[in-house]
Design a protein around this ligand. Structure first.
Ligand SMILES: NC(=O)c1ccc[n+]([C@@H]2O[C@H](COP(=O)([O-])OP(=O)(O)OC[C@H]3O[C@@H](n4cnc5c(N)ncnc54)[C@H](O)[C@@H]3O)[C@@H](O)[C@H]2O)c1
Length: 261
């Protein structure tokens, strides 16, 4: 490789001149992702059903705007893709969980989890992916979970949506790759956000989760931001169809027993 061809590695993660849309930017991992993308120079649109929360995030990041959207409304998603113009990076974090055993689940609860965790990503990928494919550039980043690959009682529907999301994103990677669009998933372990407040409220549950990861603790939402910047930037220019685990080693360690060796 000649000196002229070699990238300027000091700029590897920079996103100057790129437009990023972060859906779920009002809270938790979405907020930190939006702030990190903005810090790398991206022009960020903070999208959330909760406009006040999206505005709070936008106010924290330089060059960020806020936009109100309920992603379970397919027509509104299509409209947003039109209104937000040429987008280079789409990140979506919005998801929900109803922690109940399968026999206790109601049809309404199933519908609620599936429509936000699986149907909305389907609509988002189609709405924003079409423009990216036309422009022949783009990076789509969805949020999966360790539950896409490892389960426990009470997480069945959530786990099914996350496993389904990964296959949806892999297929999008296959279909859009030839048109210059990369599609990847980030799979967090256990992150201290409003989504996990129910777990935090029970000390035994919270501590068991902390000790399951190799690092022996929960993660903070900002610890997911690096993965998002990496997948958004040219640092990952040959990465597509992948699932990046940011789980503190949760899925690497069996964890049932530590032998006395
Ligand atoms: N927190 C964890 O421990 C954890 C673990 C594994 C995976 N994840 C995944 O990471 C992602 C982010 O989780 P989080 O903990 O940051 O969540 P969060 O609950 O803190 O934030 C979700 C955001 O999405 C927004 N939202 C909800 N419904 C919406 C809708 N219909 N339209 C638009 N916006 C909507 C909410 O207003 C909120 O701002 C999710 O996909 C989650 O499944 C989280």
């Amino acid at each position: 490789m000649s000196e002229l061809d070699r990238p300027d590695y000091s700029q590897l993660f920079r996103l100057d001149g790129r437009r990023a849309v972060v859906v779920g930017a009002g809270s938790g991992i979405g907020r930190e992702s939006a702030l990190a993308l903005a810090a790398q120079g991206a022009d960020v649109v903070c999208v959330d059903r909760d406009l006040a929360a999206a505005r709070e995030t936008a106010a924290l990041g330089t060059g960020a705007d806020a936009y109100e959207l309920d992603v379970t409304d397919g027509d509104a998603v299509a409209r947003a893709a039109q209104e937000l113009g040429a987008v280079d990076v789409l990140v979506f974090t919005a998801a929900t969980n109803v922690r109940k055993r399968l026999l206790d689940y109601s049809a309404d609860e199933f519908e609620r989890v599936v429509s936000l965790n699986l149907r909305a990503p389907f609509d988002l990928v189609r709405a924003f992916g079409a423009g990216m494919a036309e422009r022949r550039r783009g990076s789509i980043i969805g949020f999966s979970s360790i539950r896409a690959v490892t389960v426990e009682p009470g997480q069945g529907v959530y786990a099914a949506t996350k496993a389904g999301l990964v296959q949806l994103l892999r297929t999008a990677a296959a279909e859009l790759g030839p048109r210059g669009v990369r599609v990847n998933a980030v799979a967090p372990g256990i992150v201290d956000t409003p989504l996990t407040a129910q777990i935090h409220a029970v000390p035994e549950w919270s501590e068991a989760y902390a000790s399951k990861s190799a690092l022996g603790r929960w993660s903070r939402p900002d610890e997911l931001a690096g993965a998002v910047v990496y997948l958004a930037s040219d640092a990952s220019s040959f990465v597509t169809g992948s699932q990046l685990f940011v789980d503190g080693g949760w899925t690497a360690v069996d964890g049932r027993y530590t032998p006395p060796t």
